[in-house]
Design a protein around this ligand. Structure first.
Ligand SMILES: [Zn+2]
Length: 235
């Protein structure tokens, strides 16, 4: 079947954008104005799964941890482009996938929920110009609000002290680096929250986030991330 006029026009527009701006797909590097069809399909077909069992002792106690994908291509390159290469516009499509994952992690969303992102290191926020994980949480909130869920994103966790960059640290060092590192200011009693992050590696970040939220008397419904590191290469 011949493509319709809209498909032809959009592919002409896309080709022009590639010629003019050298645009490439952030997932695979092929010429594309935004996500190429293959990478968009890879995200659309993401099948969120409970990864708590893959984290060994690293999972937070008594709460589900769901991830949309495995930290492998093309998802990994998309996340790196979003966080480190200025592909801020990925917040919207990735936020939609995160919203689906949140719905799996916390099926009882209908009565309202707060999305609380794992705080990025202050240095990462300075270098990137914004808190990318918080941006994902906000985009996921818009998607959930679109299907009638009451979602709050105003409340946040903060760093109680300085931490090292987690990259390159093993599981034990990650856990030590983050133990007691987050604080939820104020009394969160009665607030139902879902912890969201971009990537789950050992579980140390979400475990610390859950601890800080419970210390402030929040009710943690679950944790959701866009990707989980395959166990064989996890720290
Ligand atoms: Zn692609």
């Amino acid at each position: 079947m011949r493509p319709g006029i809209h498909e032809q026009l959009s592919s002409v527009t896309e080709a022009a954008a590639c010629l003019l701006w050298g645009s490439v797909c952030p997932g695979c590097g092929q010429p594309a104005a935004r996500l190429c069809r293959g990478c968009a399909q890879a995200w659309a077909h993401a099948a969120p799964r409970d990864v708590a069992g893959e984290l060994g002792g690293g999972a937070p106690q008594g709460v589900a941890v769901w991830a949309a994908t495995t930290y492998a291509e093309p998802w990994r390159e998309c996340l790196v482009s979003f966080k480190e290469r200025g592909a801020w516009w990925l917040a919207q499509p990735l936020g939609e996938v995160l919203a689906l994952t949140i719905a799996h992690a916390a099926p009882a969303l209908a009565s309202g929920v707060y999305l609380v992102s794992v705080p990025s290191a202050p240095r990462a926020i300075r270098e990137r110009g914004w808190d990318t994980t918080r941006g994902l949480a906000r985009a996921a909130a818009v998607t959930l609000q679109g299907v009638g869920v009451q979602v709050g994103v105003g409340a946040r966790l903060r760093h109680a002290r300085g931490v090292r960059d987690q990259a390159g640290l093993g599981a034990q060092r990650r856990s030590q680096n983050l133990a007691g590192a987050f604080v939820a200011a104020g009394d969160w009693h009665g607030r139902r929250v879902v912890v969201v992050d971009d990537l789950v590696t050992t579980g140390a970040s979400i475990r610390e986030a859950v601890r800080a939220l419970r210390a402030a008397r929040a009710s943690v419904l679950g944790c959701a991330a866009l990707a989980a590191t395959p166990r064989r290469s996890g720290g």
